[in-house]
Design a binder for this molecule. Structure first.
Ligand SMILES: Nc1ncnc2c1ncn2[C@@H]1O[C@H](COP(=O)(O)OP(=O)(O)O)[C@@H](O)[C@H]1O
Ligand SMILES: [Mg+2]
Length: 285
């Protein structure tokens, strides 16, 4: 198997389905600086039955950047994140109002293809959740779902994803072993590799390092910094130092509202809102 090293390859070959010959995974464009809004909400509300969890949130998530969402427990961070790939659909009694868009896709439209949406907007959770399968099959899973059968292409794509997720060196000699044998930090990088394999445009991460030790956390943070040249990343974290270390922009939420969103340095050094200042100086939350 030959693979062009990631550092020199900005135009991976398109993966085509052996069944249909159609592209399964489109090639990525060359990295560019943080760009236009990819995800946008305007006066967006979400209710879980009687619980009004998001109250008129207006935010733009910019392309090829890391946006951190901070705020005290229960303020709606995860709810906002899940709204971006319709994960809240799975919860009965959810009702939304206002606008929420992914590019030109109206995320409130019942007709939106949710499977395709979740391919384009991937998600990594707090607890690493590898499937009880081999390392290889975890990463190949999404590609198989998309109809890719060619073994050589699968191997190339799995290797590439593991390299991008900084797990290849640790995993290459045990691809056929159970993913559950990996450490917590390795499992989380595997989940990131699984997400990358199907070439998402956006990666949503909900406290991806909060269950990990400091060394594993540092590796995830390095990885996020590395990935932002090619992906749009939104990360929920309750760790303000982490937000300051890895994000370009930070959004502060409180009680279902977006209080402020700004460049990370500006938000932490010169917040515009008194509530933000009180939160980042540790006066509540
Ligand atoms: N599945 C659910 N059903 C009902 N209420 C929920 C559900 N998930 C979250 N909530 C409520 O919505 C609010 C926001 O929760 P969440 O988005 O999980 O906050 P955060 O991620 O900031 O801790 C909280 O009041 C929480 O109790
Ligand atoms: Mg949460």
């Amino acid at each position: 198997m030959t693979i062009v090293p990631l550092e020199t390859s900005t135009e991976p070959p398109a993966v085509t389905s052996s069944a249909t010959g159609r592209p399964v995974v489109p090639p990525r464009a060359a990295p560019a600086p943080a760009g236009p809004p990819v995800l946008t909400t305007r006066d967006f509300h979400l209710h879980y039955g009687p619980v009004h969890a998001l109250k008129g949130v207006t935010i733009e998530i910019l392309e090829r950047s890391v946006t951190a969402v901070i705020g005290p427990s229960g303020c709606g961070k995860s709810t906002l994140l899940r709204s971006f790939n319709r994960m809240n659909d799975l919860i009965p009694g959810v009702r939304t109002e206002g606008e929420i868009q992914f590019g030109s896709v109206d995320l409130r439209d019942r007709g939106t293809d949710v499977v395709e949406l979740r391919r384009r907007v991937g998600m990594v959770f707090q607890r690493p959740n590898p499937f009880p399968k081999t390392i290889f099959e975890n990463v190949a899973f999404g590609l198989r779902m998309l109809g890719l059968k060619n073994r050589g292409e699968l191997e190339a794509r799995v290797e590439r994803s593991l390299r991008r997720a900084a797990l290849w060196e640790e995993a290459k000699d045990r691809l056929d072993r159970s993913a559950l044998q990996l450490s917590g930090g390795q499992q989380q990088r595997l989940c990131i590799a699984r997400c990358l394999a199907i070439e998402p445009e956006v990666i949503l991460m909900d406290e991806p390092a909060s269950a990990l030790d400091p060394t594993a956390t540092a590796r995830i943070e390095e990885l996020i910094l590395d990935l932002k040249s090619a992906y749009t990343i939104v990360i929920v974290t309750h760790n303000m130092q982490q937000a300051a270390r890895i994000s370009d922009r930070t959004a502060f939420m409180l009680d279902g509202r977006l209080v402020e969103v700004d460049d990370t340095t500006a938000l932490f050094t010169n917040p515009r809102q008194k509530l933000t200042e009180e939160y980042i100086t540790g006066r509540f939350g």
